[in-house]
Design a protein around this ligand. Structure first.
Ligand code: CAA
Length: 283
């Protein structure tokens, strides 16, 4: 497959990061969001990151301008008809994703691949909204997208080998590493990461150690760049709880039961960095 043009649906933190790395790799990228303001915000954040990279000598000013030239603001979903690959990075809600995929199925080229950046929703169920489940796949980027080297590639029940190969090839051009996984609750990344975070919250809940102590154990003892509680704040405690619930429901074992303290923080609206308070306070 010859993929040259990409459309990204959703211009939030993940969507704009995904748009950036594809534009840097030379793809024409259409960045769409249901809110036009969010498209502008997404492009501005990319511009700022690229300027910082150029100022720090990590890229030339020419490459910075070329990358911005590859990016196009998109205010109508029908722009997806220009793309051979469409990557959805909208809200993590099954109803929203299903509605988007039904629309993409109508608007996209017949041969286009429809990918979702979902962190834990079943690809097979999303694909069932389309008449091309063989061309639907999961492309799970990690946050922050421009920095993290991994993309989890998730095959739904009907995803074809040809689609998987095309996506593995695209990821290689982004200079990232793809890991192919099957469609199972939490896939591989969150199946491993979220129980660790949940266990860190239990460790706090039971008074075994305090917040800084728990994070230092993992940072200094295991060389993790962030401790699990700091990382939970970075990801969003609502997202962590949501993924734990998917693991608990999907795998059915008590070891995936979300910690009551995690639920309490989410109920309090202490969602981490984005609300200014989680396990830490942020100004
Ligand atoms: N966007 C783009 N680039 C960023 C960034 C962001 N949000 N944050 C940091 N960077 C880049 C910058 O280039 C920065 O360098 P400059 O400041 O010179 O520009 C460089 O990273 C280093 O950043 P910092 O010096 O500020 O901090 P750091 O060295 O601690 O690195 C980090 C920050 C890369 C986020 C690092 O702490 C880290 O790797 N943390 C773990 C992140 C992680 O585990 N991500 C996965 C989350 S799970 C997920 O995404 C899946 C899911 O479904 C929930």
């Amino acid at each position: 497959m010859n993929i040259k043009t990409i459309a990204v649906i959703g211009a939030g933190q993940m969507g704009s990061g995904i748009a950036q790395v594809h534009a840097e790799a030379g793809y024409e990228v259409y960045l769409y969001d249901i809110s036009g303001k969010q498209v502008e915000k997404g492009l501005e954040s990319i511009q700022k990151r690229l300027e910082r990279n150029a100022a720090k000598g990590r890229m030339t000013v020419e490459d910075q301008e070329k990358t911005m030239g590859n990016l196009h603001a998109s205010y109508v979903l029908s722009d997806v008809s220009r793309a051979e690959l469409i990557i959805e990075a909208a809200s993590e809600k099954m109803e929203i994703k299903k509605a988007i995929f039904a629309q993409l199925n109508e608007e996209a080229q017949e041969t286009a691949i429809l990918a979702t950046n979902t962190s834990s929703l079943p690809i097979t169920e999303i694909a069932a909204e389309t008449t091309r489940p063989d061309r639907v796949i999961g492309m799970h980027f990690m946050n922050p997208v421009p920095v993290m080297k991994l993309v989890e590639v998730i095959r739904g029940l009907a995803t074809s080998g040809e689609t998987t190969k095309a996506i593995m090839d695209v990821i290689q051009t982004l200079q990232k590493t793809a890991v192919e996984v099957q469609d199972s609750p939490g896939f591989a990344a969150n199946r491993i990461l979220m129980p660790m975070i949940n266990e860190a919250v239990f460790t706090l809940h039971e008074g075994t150690a305090d917040v800084e102590g728990i994070d230092n154990v993992m940072k200094l003892g295991m060389n993790h760049p962030m401790g699990p509680l700091e990382l939970a704040d970075f990801i969003g405690l609502d997202t962590c709880l949501y993924i734990m619930e998917i693991l608990h429901e999907g795998l059915g074992e008590d070891k995936y039961r979300p910690c009551p303290l995690l639920r309490k923080y989410v109920k309090a609206g202490w969602l981490g960095k984005k609300t200014g308070r989680g396990f830490y306070e942020y100004n």
